[in-house]
Ligand binder design. Structure first.
Ligand code: GLV
Ligand code: GLV
Length: 322
């Protein structure tokens, strides 16, 4: 019989055509609601392949009941929702979607920075709510972005793509990363700094680091205290890299000037989230890679990875290779 593939969210039928030819494919048919845990566990027991979202926990419990499972294809570059150790132990191949979302996510990071600096979201609400009574010189005046200093924490491919954009804005580019990035240093003039130095020198601190044991709560009270009072903090990585209590404190105490956040500690957040009370915070619902083109390409990559593994070939993008 054909292998069984379960997809945890409604995705494009068109993308699935080649997969339907070799497998029985089922998907959780909702665009708005995540698959319930019990359903994921039930489906996991039968599945040869899972196509998952970053909001699905592919943990030890799921991996240990999934006795037929050969591959998990996660529709994201990040894979902190997957227990890689148990996957490796159970001979489950884990795939992500790097590269295809790099430029799209860098666009969002840059847009969020511009939006927070120039108060675009606030200004938009101001006009929509009918508050625009007159022109005035300092009305919704924000901070310049051009020729300022950007500090990029996590200089992977997305960080490098953000740096290229920053270069176009005449910005000074600092970065911090586990390893040096010769190409970014040579081609973009990016300067490596320790984490603390970067925080102290940057006008915009842009977090793109993946979530790991080492980066959890990396941005803590001390980190925000080190930033300039005029600094704007941008997070397009993972919410749990930031101690949200410390961020709220820093905003209340005016230790930093504002924040642009695409990710949160526990997603989704509601309208009562304490970070939303600050007018100087721009909040987005984790849409870093969300262009129609890129999301489609990500789905195709997940599909191709699943087909490859089910046909006994090498997948294109494997994480935590043993
Ligand atoms: C999104 O956050 C991703 O990891 O692709
Ligand atoms: C992060 O910066 C990445 O490119 O994965």
């Amino acid at each position: 019989s054909k292998p069984y593939v379960f997809i945890t969210r409604k995705i494009s039928e068109e993308v699935l055509t080649p997969l339907n030819q070799i497998a029985d494919v089922q998907m959780w048919n909702s665009e708005s609601e995540a698959v319930p845990r019990e359903v994921l566990l039930q489906e996991g027991k039968k599945a040869d392949a899972l196509l998952t979202m970053l909001s699905d926990s592919v943990d030890e419990e799921l991996l240990n009941v999934a006795s037929n499972l050969k591959v998990v294809a996660n529709l994201a570059v990040g894979y902190d929702n997957i227990d890689l150790e148990t996957a490796a132990r159970n001979d489950v191949i884990v795939c992500n979607t790097p590269d295809v979302l790099t430029e799209t996510t860098a666009d969002l990071a840059f847009g969020l920075m511009l939006s927070a600096a120039r108060r675009l979201a606030e200004a938009h609400l101001f006009v929509k709510e009918g508050q625009w009574q007159s022109w005035s010189p300092y009305l919704l005046a924000g901070a310049d972005v051009h020729h300022k200093t950007i500090g990029i924490v996590g200089m992977g491919s997305i960080g490098t793509a953000v740096a290229r954009r920053a270069k176009g804005f005449g910005m000074e580019i600092l970065y911090h990363n586990r390893s040096r990035h010769d190409e970014a240093e040579k081609e973009l003039g990016a300067v490596y700094k320790s984490f603390d130095e970067l925080l102290e020198l940057s006008d915009f601190v842009v977090c793109l680091t993946p979530l790991t044991e080492e980066t959890k709560n990396l941005f803590d009270e001390d980190a925000f205290k080190r930033m300039k009072a005029s600094a704007i903090f941008i997070n397009v990585g993972r919410g749990q890299v930031v101690d949200e209590g410390a961020l709220i404190h820093a905003l209340e105490q005016k230790e930093i000037a504002g924040a642009g956040l695409d990710v949160f500690y526990k997603e989704p957040i509601g309208a009562d989230h304490p970070l939303l009370k600050f007018p100087q915070v721009v909040a987005l619902p984790h849409i870093g890679s969300a262009s129609v083109e890129t999301r489609t390409t990500m789905m195709e990559l997940c599909r191709d990875n699943i087909i490859a593994v089910l046909e006994g070939r090498a997948a294109k993008s494997v994480v935590g290779r043993k």
